[in-house]
Design a protein around this ligand. Structure first.
Ligand SMILES: Nc1nc2c(c(=O)[nH]1)N(C=O)[C@@H](CNc1ccc(C(=O)N[C@@H](CCC(=O)O)C(=O)O)cc1)CN2
Ligand SMILES: Nc1nc2c(ncn2[C@@H]2O[C@H](COP(=O)(O)OP(=O)(O)OP(=O)(O)O)[C@@H](O)[C@H]2O)c(=O)[nH]1
Ligand SMILES: [Mg+2]
Length: 437
C-alpha cells in the first residue's frame, strides 16, 4: 500500500538505558540485511552487531523482525533495540535516512498505517493516542478500554441496527401493495428507532464525563480577602504557586494548578478575594473570580476560623457544586457542619481531597460504560441522532426519504470508526500523535 519505509526513535528521551528504533514498510527486509547481516526469524529477538558499511560497528543490540501482515502496522516491521546514547541513536538514524526508500516517520505515521491496513479502527487509533497522553489512572483506564475496540463494537452494532431498519423500511416500500407483508413491521421498526434515539441521547450526555477525565475536574477556591485561599492552593500543590501575604487583596489573577487526586486530574483555581473595591485591578480580579466559579465543577467557599461571624455560617447553603470549608482552623472556631482545614498544620487536607474526589466520582458515574471520548465523536453522534429524529417523527415524508435518513444516520456512526469516508479526517487525527507512534 505504501511505497516508502518509515523509521523513528519510538522510545522516550535520550539518554536512556535502551532505545527502540522502529521501522515499517517494503524496504525493511533489505535495510535490515545491510545493517545486521541476514534476516532474523520473524518475531524472535536476536542479539546482533549493527554495522554501517562505511562507518564500521555502530552498536550491538537486540533486533526484531515482524513479517507483514503480522505486525503492528500490517507491513514488514523491525525494531532495533539499542543502547540509548545520543550518538548511538543518531548514528543509526543517519544511516537509515540515507537508505534508498527510507524516510523519517511523521507524527502518527505508524498508527496511520495500522489503521489503513485494517489493524484497528479510527476510535482505536484515537484511544492509542489518549493512552500515550494519559497522566492519571482514570485517563489510562478509559483509553485502554477503547484501544480494545469498545467504541468500535458499540457504534458498529448501532450502525447494523440502523441499516437493518432501513432495509425493512425499503422492503415495506417494495412490497407495499402485496398482502404477505404484515403492516406491523414498520411499526416495530419505528419503535426500535425511537429506542435507539433515546439510547443515543443518554450516550451523548456521557461526553461530559470524558471531558472531566481529559481536561480535569475544575475546583475553584473562593472567599473573602485573606481567607487563606492562596495558602490552601499552595498546600494542595505542595509548592509556592501563589503569592501569600497578610495584606487583603493580594491575589488579583486566577492561579491554576493541576493535581492528581486519587487518580483523577483535578484543576484547582485560586481567585481574588471577593469584596467591594475601587481598585481597578482588584475589581477585574473579582470579576474573574465570579467567572471561574460559574465555570467550576465544584466551588469551595473558604470561611476563615478567625472571622467574627464564623458561628453564623450556614453550611446548608451548600448545593450540588458548592461546599463551605472552614480555613485556618488552627486559629479559631470551626463553622458548624463544615470541614476544617489548615494550610499551616496540614489538618483536613486529606479529607478535603477525599471530598473533591467523591464529588468528582459522582459526575463520572457514566464513565464506567462506553462513552464518547472526543468532540469529534460527540458531533457525529449528534448528527446521527438528528437523522434518526427526522426519520422517526416526519411521518408526513415519503417512506423512501425516511429510509434515506436512516442510511445517513448509519454513515455518521461510520465516520467515528472510520468505516465511512474519512480521508479528510486523517490529517487532523494522526497529527496529534507523537513521532514514532
Ligand atoms: N517492543 C515493542 N513493544 C510494544 C510495541 C511495539 O511496537 N514494540 N507496541 C506498539 O504499539 C505496543 C504493543 N502493540 C503491538 C500490537 C500488535 C503487534 C503485532 O505484532 N501484531 C500482529 C500479531 C498479533 C499477535 O501475535 O497476536 C498482528 O496484529 O498481526 C505488536 C505490538 C506496546 N509495546
Ligand atoms: N494560622 C493560619 N494562617 C493562615 C492559614 N492560611 C493562611 N494564613 C495566613 O493568612 C493570611 C492570608 O493568606 P492568603 O493565603 O494570602 O489568603 P487569600 O485568601 O489568598 O487572600 P487574598 O489573595 O488577599 O484574597 C496570610 O498571612 C497567611 O499566612 C492557616 O491555615 N492558618
Ligand atoms: Mg490569595
Amino acid at each position: 500500500m505504501f511505497q516508502d519505509t518509515i523509521f523513528a526513535l519510538s522510545s522516550g528521551a535520550l539518554p536512556s538505558g535502551v532505545a527502540i528504533i522502529r521501522l515499517s514498510g517494503p524496504q525493511v527486509q533489505s535495510g535490515l540485511q545491510t545493517l545486521v547481516g541476514n534476516l532474523p526469524p520473524p518475531r524472535q529477538a536476536v542479539l546482533r552487531e549493527i554495522r554501517a558499511d562505511d562507518r564500521g560497528l555502530l552498536d550491538r543490540g537486540l533486533v526484531l523482525f515482524f513479517l507483514g501482515p503480522n505486525s503492528f502496522t500490517g507491513e514488514d516491521c523491525a525494531e532495533l533495540q539499542i543502547h540509548g546514547g545520543r550518538a548511538v541513536v543518531s548514528a543509526i538514524l543517519h544511516y537509515l535516512a540515507n537508505l534508498e526508500g527510507f524516510r523519517p516517520a511523521e507524527a502518527g505515521d505508524f498508527t496511520r498505517r495500522a489503521f489503513l491496513n485494517g489493524k484497528m479502527d479510527l476510535s482505536g487509533a484515537e484511544a492509542l493516542a489518549d493512552l500515550i497522553a494519559a497522566e492519571t489512572e482514570t485517563q489510562r483506564k478509559l483509553a485502554i478500554q477503547n484501544t480494545s475496540g469498545r467504541q468500535r463494537q458499540l457504534y458498529g452494532s448501532w450502525r447494523t441496527t440502523l441499516l437493518r431498519a432501513r432495509a425493512f423500511i425499503e422492503a415495506e416500500l417494495d412490497f407495499a401493495d402485496e398482502d404477505d407483508v404484515p403492516g406491523s413491521v414498520s411499526q416495530r421498526v419505528w419503535e426500535n428507532m425511537r429506542a435507539l434515539a433515546a439510547t443515543l441521547r443518554s450516550h451523548i450526555a456521557g461526553y461530559a464525563a470524558a471531558e472531566i477525565i481529559r481536561e480535569g475536574f475544575r475546583v475553584v477556591l473562593i472567599g473573602a480577602p485573606n481567607a487563606g485561599k492562596s495558602s490552601l492552593l499552595n498546600a494542595l500543590a505542595r509548592r509556592e504557586v501563589a503569592i501569600v501575604t497578610d495584606i487583603p487583596g493580594t491575589t488579583r489573577d486566577l492561579v491554576e494548578v493541576s493535581l492528581d487526586v486519587r487518580g483523577l486530574k483535578v484543576i484547582v483555581t485560586d481567585t481574588a478575594g471577593i469584596r467591594e473595591t475601587d481598585d481597578v485591578v482588584e475589581k477585574l480580579g473579582v470579576e474573574r473570580a465570579h467567572g471561574a466559579a460559574r465555570a467550576a465543577d465544584l466551588v469551595i467557599h473558604l470561611m476563615p476560623a478567625d472571622a467574627a461571624d464564623i458561628d453564623r455560617v450556614n453550611p446548608l447553603n451548600e448545593d450540588n457544586n458548592r461546599i463551605v470549608v472552614t480555613s485556618k482552623c488552627d486559629v479559631g472556631r470551626v463553622a458548624r457542619g463544615t470541614l476544617a482545614v489548615s494550610a499551616v498544620t496540614g489538618e483536613g487536607l486529606e479529607e478535603l481531597l477525599d471530598v473533591i474526589s467523591s464529588r468528582a466520582a459522582a459526575s463520572l458515574a457514566l464513565a464506567e460504560s462506553t462513552i464518547p471520548t472526543r468532540l469529534r465523536h460527540k458531533s457525529h453522534l449528534s448528527d446521527c441522532l438528528s437523522c434518526i429524529d427526522v426519520a422517526v417523527s416526519r411521518d408526513d415524508l415519503p417512506l423512501e426519504l425516511r429510509a434515506e435518513e436512516l442510511r445517513q444516520a448509519a454513515d455518521h456512526l461510520g465516520r467515528i470508526t472510520g468505516t465511512t469516508d474519512v480521508e479528510d479526517l486523517l490529517g487532523v487525527i494522526f497529527s496529534e500523535f507523537c513521532i514514532g507512534k
